[in-house]
Design a binder for this molecule. Structure first.
Ligand code: HEM
Length: 189
């Protein structure tokens, strides 16, 4: 009867804390839990803040390191088209090499096709969204008998066009580097 009464009033016989009434222990445990929960929330928020500040630092670092594509640095398709237009005018006026383009110059459709191919080629080489659909360089120049001097003259004309639009040295060298790699497929003599 006494044992029953004790249990009923909140004692748990046989346990270490059996002297603490259940209600009181509930409050102590609840209090401890609340305290622990509070601590955990504070720690979590602090961790989240630290991590987010780290990721911001890394994102900023990443952005600093990541250089935009050559296509973007050249100014996109509009700027590339302007350079190619100028380039074609310079080439057509260049007596060192304009004989190669005599037939092309007579046919506006052919000039248009060459213009589009050159724009797409530079755009794609610079990491832009264009797709070059023309012939590969070996096939396109096969049998033309292009010499190294012809090739260098054409590169000079391209530099003139790039300089007219104040293209930076870095971008100019990157583009010339990409085109220079095609030399072996274009020069025959
Ligand atoms: C890196 C240098 C060069 C590049 C990137 C280049 C690029 C091109 C491209 C994209 C085409 C059009 C291909 C097609 O129709 O599918 C083409 C055609 C042609 N290229 Fe070049 N070329 C280069 C050097 C030269 C040189 C040095 C010459 C002569 C001096 C030359 C003369 C021609 C001619 C005559 C055509 C045919 C144009 C036509 O279809 O009417 N190219 N080239």
């Amino acid at each position: 009867m006494l044992a029953q009464k004790r249990t009923g009033t909140g004692f748990r016989p046989g346990t270490k804390s059996s002297r603490i009434p259940t209600l009181l222990r509930y409050h102590i445990e609840k209090g401890a839990c609340l305290q622990m929960c509070k601590t955990m929330i504070v720690v979590s928020v602090a961790l989240a803040l630290i991590l987010s500040s780290f990721s911001t630092v890394f994102a900023q670092e990443g952005e600093k390191v990541r250089t935009p594509s050559l296509y973007k640095r050249l100014g996109g398709k509009k700027a590339i088209t302007a350079v190619v237009n100028e380039f074609i005018s310079v080439v057509v006026a260049d007596t060192r090499i304009n004989k190669f383009f005599a037939d092309t110059a007579k046919d506006p459709k052919r000039v248009e096709k060459l213009r589009k191919n050159l724009v797409d080629q530079i755009c794609a080489a610079g990491g832009g969204p264009c797709k070059y659909k023309g012939k590969d360089m070996k096939t396109a120049h096969m049998g033309m008998g292009i010499t190294e001097a012809d090739f260098n003259a054409l590169v000079e004309d391209l530099v003139k066009a790039l300089d007219k639009f104040n293209v930076g040295e870095t971008e100019k060298n990157e583009l010339l580097g990409a085109l220079g790699a095609m030399k072996g497929d274009i020069v025959e003599k």
